[in-house]
Design a protein around this ligand. Structure first.
Ligand code: ATP
Ligand code: MG
Length: 289
């Protein structure tokens, strides 16, 4: 039980994000290790503060083996602190930076974990809203868990926050979030957007770089938006299995109404035909990196 912030002792920096820094910390009495995420606010950042308060509310009621556990939230004048489960092997982004690509059976294991996490969230009427490699964390056992609800929106009575309030990268965002008018995003609740993002992640693990624009191209905002909303086809390695190709196509369907759902994709052969042995795979990849 972490009762107060002073129970924790900082050991190292685990990483930096757009909104703050994550530290490895030790709980003094029990010697247990946690990850402490610190979100710093300036006076004018009401928006970010609201976003963070929402993050805290959501985290408190989330309890799944596929979601990074949040053990405590502390609020100070300028900062918000989240004491989270420590994920020893870092993020999928860290793995990809070292390994560039992953074999299909490892991608399949990762995908299965993410879909299980999304299944849990979507059942709770929670849209994650920011599925990307740095928000998929790996522990020593090779379990992959979804982290970071900074952008997630709880659907209350079918309403959601306006797109304008969304802060963050658009690289993993679906066409209907980037251009709701054209893609009918107003009618959507955002669940399908999480599937799109997963599709981009899966393809990135397969091709070894952000997959929707060419490898050498500068990923500026206009090129990205263009590729996401209008790009007709995406790069697919020649030797990719038909299973992973079909899976990616179901995720990267531009019309969210036709896109695969969590339930459909959990039954997709790319996901359902892998055994648990592929789970250890990702831990090994992270370890040897
Ligand atoms: P963004 O601010 O857009 O979410 P981000 O996901 O990279 O970007 P953070 O969520 O702050 O930023 O995380 C920064 C890094 O810290 C992650 O990429 C990961 O390497 C590390 N990290 C985050 N949470 C944990 C955790 N619970 N256990 C271990 N490492 C973590
Ligand atoms: Mg994050």
């Amino acid at each position: 039980n972490i009762e107060k912030l002073s129970d924790l002792e900082k050991l190292a920096v685990l990483g930096h994000g757009n909104s703050g820094t994550v530290y490895k910390v030790r709980h003094k009495r029990s010697s247990s290790i946690f990850a402490l995420k610190i979100l710093r606010f300036d006076q004018n950042s009401t928006l970010i503060r609201q976003q963070a308060a929402r993050e805290a509310e959501i985290l408190k009621c989330v309890n799944s083996p596929y979601i990074v556990r949040c053990h405590a939230v502390f609020d100070s004048e300028d900062d918000l602190y989240f004491a989270m489960e420590h994920m020893e092997r870092g993020s999928l982004n860290d793995v990809l930076r070292v390994r560039r690509i992953l074999p299909e059976h490892v991608i399949s294991g990762v995908t299965q974990c993410v879909l299980n996490g999304l299944h849990y969230l979507h059942e709770m009427q929670i849209v994650h809203g920011d599925i990307k490699p740095s928000n998929l964390l790996i522990n020593a056992k090779g379990d992959v868990k979804i982290a970071d609800f900074g952008a997630s929106r709880v659907i209350v009575g079918g309403k959601q926050d306006s797109y304008e309030t969304y802060m963050g990268t658009c690289a993993y965002m679906s066409p209907e979030r980037i251009d709701p008018e054209r893609w009918g995003g107003d009618a959507d609740h955002g669940f399908a957007g999480d599937i799109w993002s997963l599709g981009v992640v899966v393809l990135e693990c397969l091709v070894g770089h952000y997959p929707l624009i060419g490898c050498g191209e500068k990923p500026d905002w206009a090129a990205l938006v263009c590729a996401i909303c209008f790009g007709e086809r995406f790069e697919m390695p020649k030797n990719a299995s038909s299973m992973i190709q079909s899976f990616v196509r179901r995720c990267l369907e531009k019309d969210w109404r036709k896109r695969g759902t969590v339930d459909e994709l959990l039954d997709h052969p790319f996901v359902s035909q892998v055994g648990c042995e592929s789970r250890q795979g990702v831990a090994d990849f992270a370890l040897s990196g």
